[in-house]
Design a protein around this ligand. Structure first.
Ligand code: PLP
Length: 411
């Protein structure tokens, strides 16, 4: 493992050209990583290289460019398989993001197997993309959506979860790390308990993939969905992992080219997994470039990543919590590098705009978790979310900027 020093973080920063700019006359401090992380030069180069040299449609062509594009595309599938330690490469489906992965499972599995009286269980801190697809499929099938409540620290209780599980529970779909609060849920334990009563489990890994080593065989989840653009990769590409035996039972999600074996007007036979779920021309360039992002993360290593991000979180907790009127939202014991907060008497949108004027990018609003905001009886928060290229100095700058803004408001 690399030793954590400012020098190594500075070396990492140099790989991200976007960070080297002024915004509104100040050096950019990018703390909106939970929404989208930045991409290192190797990912940008992979995209450019693909379009300059290899661009062609995949799988069906016999010419050299089509072969190169196909090889690049399938090499990423292999890299993802190793990244999350899935048993087989065929268990990796390319989507456009976590949202599409969850919708795919809700429709291709939920719509086929859920019946009236069945229950789907989610947590009270889900992103809208892990709520609405289940609401839709529950409307279609007559199944019921149930919610594990969140407490005032932004945590769920495993006892309460257990009490909601019953033979009616057919699917549990839970976020591993909350995007709004940073809470790390006890997902391994949740999976074990769900399996004990015969339910299937989908893990929303959108925020987990950039911070945690995910091992789907160890986790034993039935599905895992995550997005490339939150793990130093390009936008428009995501991954749905599913266990072979579960994927094989699922209906196709969309019909079209690539997902078929034979088509006639009398009927169609479907392709094998994963192609059965990849209808139409996929986002080839971004899939190809995602491999470079995985290689970047492997090179940095999860140990370094984890230490660096926890150091930023601890520093943030040390210095931000002293600011006049600072109210942290979500104070889970197990927490990723996200600080969500409000300041008494200053609206979160005003804070976001005033911080932007100082070159600091944070996210404000409900973070696509309106039910969670309702739980806290607020309409939104300011969220600072850190990535491996952020520095302790940036956290200090952030605290100074906030202090300055608050002072001006209090005058
Ligand atoms: N789930 C969580 C926890 C998220 O943070 C996000 C995005 O912010 C999503 C799902 C949706 O991801 P995407 O927009 O990449 O599909």
């Amino acid at each position: 493992m690399s030793v954590i020093t400012d020098i190594s973080v500075n070396e990492i920063r140099k790989q991200f050209p976007i960070l080297n700019q002024d915004v509104n006359g100040k050096p950019l401090v990018y703390f909106d990583n939970a929404a989208t992380s930045q991409t290192p030069q190797v990912v940008i180069d992979a995209l450019v290289n693909y379009y300059q040299k290899d661009n062609a449609n995949i799988h069906r062509g016999i010419h050299t460019l089509a072969e190169r594009a196909t090889t690049g595309f399938e090499a990423t599938r292999k890299a993802v398989q190793q990244f999350i330690n899935s048993n087989e490469v065929e268990e990796i489906i390319f989507t456009k993001g976590t949202t599409e992965g969850i919708n795919l499972v809700a429709q291709a599995y939920g719509r086929k197997f859920l019946q009236e009286g069945d229950e789907v269980l989610i947590t009270g801190m889900e992103h809208h993309s892990n709520i609405v697809p289940w609401q839709i499929v529950c409307q279609q099938t007559g199944a019921k959506l149930k919610v594990i409540p969140v407490d005032n620290n932004g945590e769920i209780s495993i006892e309460e979860y257990e009490s909601l599980l019953s033979e009616r529970t057919k699917i549990v779909s839970a976020v591993y790390i909350s995007n709004s609060l940073g809470t790390i849920n006890p997902v391994p334990q949740m999976i074990e308990l769900a399996h004990a009563i015969g339910a299937k489990v989908l893990v929303d890994g959108a925020q987990a993939a950039p911070h945690h080593k995910l091992d789907v065989q160890k986790l034993n989840c039935d599905w895992l969905a995550f997005s490339g653009h939150k793990m130093y990769g390009p936008t428009g590409v995501g991954i749905l992992y599913g266990k072979r035996q579960v994927l094989e039972k699922m209906d196709p999600y969309q019909g079209g080219g690539e997902m078929i074996k034979e088509v006639s007007f009398a009927g169609t036979s479907y392709n094998d997994i994963p192609y059965k779920f990849e209808a139409g021309t996929p986002n080839i360039a971004d899939v190809v470039a995602l491999k470079a992002a995985i290689e970047f993360m492997n090179e940095v290593g999860f140990e370094f990543l984890h230490h660096q991000e926890q150091a930023l979180l601890n520093k943030g907790r040390d210095i931000l919590f002293d600011i006049d009127g600072f109210q942290p939202i979500g104070n889970a014991k197990e927490k990723a590098s996200v600080i969500s907060f409000l300041i008494d008497g200053v609206h979160s949108f005003d804070l976001g705009m005033l911080l932007d004027a100082k070159g600091i990018a944070v996210r404000t609003g409900h973070h696509c978790t309106q039910p969670l905001m309702d739980h806290f009886k607020i309409d939104g928060t300011v969220r600072a979310s850190f990535a491996v290229y952020n520095t302790v100095e940036e956290v200090e700058q952030f605290a100074e900027a906030l202090t300055d803004i608050v002072k001006k408001f209090r005058k």
